[in-house]
Design a protein around this ligand. Structure first.
Ligand code: AMP
Length: 160
């Protein structure tokens, strides 16, 4: 499974904002949409940054609530690591683990196509693990016909 497949099932919607928005506006967007990060776009719709709830908490923790009126451009991460549609779940997970973040915008030819979060990847891993354990249980479970064959063989051996 790759980023394109994930976006096909979860959809391509990404909540975005411009760099002049205040941290308070960003906090409101995060709350309204129940999400953990917002992609910041420039005039040409190209990604210029990413801001997550972690950046927000850090800013408030360091400077106090007055920081909420300041522009997000001062607090966002400007070097954004993006994914390609062909990137596999394992590759996305490894990127997120290496860089210690939980979100990756998916971009092709400079166009934002969607966003994959660590939650999406964990969901896929859990579904895979459940499928594998189900298949394993089915494989090792005694099949009724085999149990019957074995029982009749034992009966024959015992002369019953
Ligand atoms: P997160 O784990 O996504 O809440 O983000 C943790 C930190 O990494 C924050 O400072 C974010 O701004 C930053 N961050 C999140 N996603 C990315 C990304 N794809 N590329 C670069 N930085 C990111």
């Amino acid at each position: 499974m790759n980023a394109a497949t994930i976006l096909k099932s979860k959809g391509s919607g990404v909540v975005t904002a411009t760099a002049n928005k205040s941290l308070l506006e960003i906090a409101k967007l995060l709350t309204q949409h129940g999400i953990g990060c917002i992609v910041i776009l420039g005039d040409d719709d190209k990604i210029v940054g990413i801001v997550s709830e972690r950046d927000l908490m850090r800013a408030i923790g360091q400077a106090g609530p007055k920081v909420l009126s300041e522009p997000v451009s001062d607090f966002m991460t400007k070097t954004v690591v993006t994914a390609r549609e062909a990137d596999t779940v394992d590759r996305l997970l490894s990127e997120m683990t290496i860089h210690r973040f939980r979100h990756m915008p998916v971009v092709e030819r400079g166009r934002l196509l969607g966003l994959v979060s660590i939650g999406d990847l964990v969901k896929i891993h859990v579904a895979d693990a459940e499928f594998e354990s189900g298949a394993m249980r089915q494989y090792i479970a005694p099949r009724p016909s085999l149990v019957f064959d074995q029982a009749s063989r034992l009966r024959r051996a015992g002369g019953a």
